[in-house]
Design a protein. Structure first.
Ligand SMILES: CCCCCCCCCCCCCC(=O)SCCNC(=O)CCNC(=O)[C@H](O)C(C)(C)COP(=O)(O)OP(=O)(O)OC[C@H]1O[C@@H](n2cnc3c(N)ncnc32)[C@H](O)[C@@H]1OP(=O)(O)O
Length: 159
């Protein structure tokens, strides 16, 4: 039940991420009333969350379990509610356990006005990172139905 991508989260971001050319993904985020910060505008933290999710999706494509170590967002333009942010993210490089990603958000279309940029460092972890640190109920639910989790984030790469 991920807040960024889970269908069950009534006020979640409901992000859908798609494989692109190379080690890259695209995604869309419809900014709803529940995502408000200042009146009529998106909350900046939620935009950063969207970047975290979109860049974090690259790991699924790379088949490397990793967590966010550092994430920096540049807020270029205010984003009104009711608009759609189109994201494009790619892996810039890998050094040891460190994965360097970058992403951009554009308004209302993949060629729309750039409204935000982000860069992140993800750090590869062993799978037991999640089992060890997560609350037991949710970890057990994944272990009971591992297929659900895999299917949810499966990309068709070069289908
Ligand atoms: C049950 C199974 C379920 C599976 C489901 C999968 C779901 C997946 C969901 C995905 C979730 C989606 C995403 C989410 O939302 S993930 C949620 C948010 N992120 C976290 O909770 C991460 C919390 N932090 C940690 O666990 C540890 O600090 C990590 C693991 C990150 C590193 O601690 P660890 O002790 O392991 O490693 P290390 O400290 O030797 O560092 C290693 C290298 O990295 C460099 N470094 C580290 N931090 C920074 C930094 N801030 N700036 C610059 N550099 C940094 C460091 O210098 C070193 O470099 P070098 O010396 O090698 O050159």
């Amino acid at each position: 039940m991920c807040f960024a991508c889970g269908d069950e989260q009534a006020n979640g971001l409901h992000l859908r991420v798609f494989a692109a050319e190379g080690v890259a993904v695209t995604a869309q985020f419809e900014v709803a009333a529940a995502h408000q910060g200042a009146p009529g505008l998106i909350h900046g933290g939620l935009l950063t969350l969207a970047f975290d999710e979109v860049m974090g999706s690259l790991q699924w494509m790379m088949r490397i379990p990793a967590v966010t170590g550092r994430l920096e967002t540049d807020f270029l333009r205010p984003i009104p509610l009711g608009r759609t942010v189109h994201f494009a993210a790619r892996c810039r490089g890998v050094h040891g356990r460190k994965l360097y990603h970058c992403a951009e958000g554009r308004l209302d279309g993949p060629d729309g006005e750039p409204v935000a940029r982000a860069s992140a460092l993800f750090v590869e972890v062993r799978l037991d990172h999640f089992a060890k640190h997560g609350r037991a109920e949710e970890v057990q639910a994944v272990l009971d139905n591992p297929g659900d989790h895999r299917t949810l984030r499966a990309f068709e790469v070069n289908p």
